[in-house]
Design a protein around this ligand. Structure first.
Ligand code: HEM
Length: 501
């Protein structure tokens, strides 16, 4: 595709309608003519393009051209049986331009080619199956005990606790123990490693820029760390983190016998001992998957926990109903398998996933071997093979025709019979590229929410022992799409105070 080649050359492409998309698709003419439009809303206006897409679909219908190369479709039912189907066996590839945000081109998440992606994902997949997650549930329980020890400190002193930060430390410690048998131990750090999480906003902003400037991530990666740190002080923490990832892979490589003898198998040791081709097993490639697994396994799950905690504490009736259900279980600690059967807790989690969004950027796929046909209002659109086709989760999550009164946290909507709302929950994406860590994320959500709200939420007829502190809905509301959602930039996080018994 001519225009894609221009983008790959590393320039911000202006103008030039592409020849391969010959038909005139609906949408603003300026958007179809140049990448400047999305650049303006994504980068200059900081993560606002998603809201433009919402506006454009309302005006132009379910299929629009959003830049010279890309078609955006807003029709989950159609996409689930075509571009985002999981089991068709058809090639589904990523769009190279969209993968630049990751800054890790050889990680599974950034792999364009269908077959290479299958090999990379396959090598990690079984570690994140439901069966395997159930086997390593004790890791989550251990980290919960550490988390409660930290909460105890805050309870005794009455100091406000940034619970969103505490959850980030918890999920980071779980994923690093799970993946490397070596926890990052953020829960033991006096500041819960706050500076690391604070600088992630800068990393995401760089990612947004990298989409338009191909050279950016490789250049940043090739500069000496001290120079990048001078340019962007927050990046220092990220370099420390990347070096840690490389060191971890190196260690797994060198201490093979130690990892072999462990009670639970770890992802990277098993990959190194698998029969995938040797170039796939180099430290230079594997640290990229290690980084993505560690970051993806931390931020998203922690944000979902924080958003749910906010809405529960903000609505006494919902909290009361949840409390009543949690106290039908006598034990303080039970397996995930039992918790999954609790209908109201399940509804709370689904509603929390909806309002925490997961990935807020558009998810882009290409179908290299087929013409994609989409019919709307009696018109048939033919999208040529290889054209980037995207859709955006928050558009479904905030659609009042699917989720009436969409900004309200209302778990009850998931309990109504006859609705298949799961189809419209795009937090984990859909199809062959959907989230690899979904089972682990669900296990963490169930176990953590059960433990926290059984201890601090009360049995339903008591006042909770946790209260919001100086935190309002503006601290959770989705304002910026930096690949993941951000609320107002001045937010100090979701803060609570814990009361004594
Ligand atoms: C609530 C929690 C989570 C949410 C909402 C979430 C969301 C997502 C989404 C939307 C994608 C697709 C991104 C894309 O198409 O570019 C993804 C991919 C991925 N996620 Fe998650 N994630 C969560 C938790 C986790 C956890 C705990 C892990 C730990 C292993 C993880 C690891 C990954 C990986 C490795 C991929 C890439 C999969 C591939 O390309 O085959 N995620 N996640």
């Amino acid at each position: 595709m001519n225009n894609i080649k221009n983008v790959l050359a590393g320039h911000l492409v202006v103008g030039q309608a592409i020849l391969t998309i010959g038909v005139s698709f609906p949408g603003p003419k300026i958007a179809a003519a140049t990448h400047l439009c999305e650049f303006y809303y994504d980068v200059i206006q900081r993560g606002q393009f998603v809201f433009k897409l919402q506006e454009w679909h309302a005006k132009h219908g379910p299929i629009i051209r959003i830049n010279p190369d890309e078609i955006h479709i807003y029709d989950a039912d159609y996409l689930l049986s075509s571009v985002f189907t999981a089991s068709s066996g058809k090639r589904r590839e990523k769009y190279e331009v969209a993968t630049r945000v990751f800054g890790a081109p050889q990680a599974a998440i950034a792999t364009v080619d269908h077959n290479v992606h299958r090999m990379r994902r396959g090598a990690m997949g079984r570690f994140f199956s439901k069966e395997n997650v159930r086997r390593v549930e004790p890791i989550i329980q251990t980290m919960l005990q550490r988390m409660f020890a930290r909460m105890q400190d805050y309870q005794e002193t009455g100091r406000p606790l940034i619970i969103s930060l505490l959850y980030s430390a918890f999920t980071a410690d779980v994923i690093t123990e799970y993946a490397f048998a070596k926890s990052s131990n953020y829960l033991d750090m006096p500041d819960l490693n706050k500076k690391f999480f604070d600088m992630m906003v800068g990393v995401h902003e760089m990612g947004a820029m990298a989409r338009y400037f191909k050279w950016m991530m490789p250049v940043l990666n090739s500069l000496p760390p001290w120079l990048v740190t001078n340019l962007n002080p927050g990046m220092h923490e990220f370099f420390v983190f990347q070096e840690d990832m490389k060191g971890r892979i190196q260690e797994v490589k060198e201490k093979s016998e130690y990892y072999e003898a462990l009670a639970h198998k770890t992802v990277f040791h098993e990959i190194l001992n698998s029969d995938i081709p040797a170039p796939e097993k180099t430290v230079d490639r594997l640290w990229q998957d290690a980084e993505i697994v560690s970051v993806a396994g931390t931020e998203t799950t922690a944000w979902t926990l924080a958003v749910i905690t906010f809405y529960l504490l903000a609505d006494p009736e919902v909290l009361r109903r949840l409390g009543a259900e949690l106290f039908t279980i006598a034990e303080e600690s039970v397996p995930w398998k039992r918790l999954e059967k609790l209908p109201y807790l399940t509804a709370v989690i689904q509603e929390g996933l909806r309002l925490s969004f997961g990935v807020t950027s558009r998810l882009v796929r290409t179908c290299p071997e087929e013409t994609v046909r989409y019919e709307s209002k009696g018109k048939l659109w033919e999208i040529p093979p290889g054209t980037p086709i995207s859709t955006t989760g928050p558009l479904y999550h905030l659609d009042p025709s699917i989720f009436p009164d969409p900004l309200r946290f209302r778990p009850e909507r998931w309990l109504q019979a006859g609705h298949d709302l799961d189809r419209y929950l795009w937090s984990f994406s859909k199809g062959s590229r959907q989230c690899l860590g979904m089972n682990l994320a669900y296990a963490e959500l169930y176990l953590c929410l059960f433990a926290v709200f059984r201890k601090y939420g009360g049995p339903g007829d008591h006042d909770p022992r946790m209260e919001l502190f100086d935190t309002s809905v503006e601290d959770v509301e989705f304002k910026y799409d930096l690949f993941v959602p951000y609320p107002k930039m001045e937010s100090e996080g979701i803060r609570v105070v814990l009361k004594d018994d």
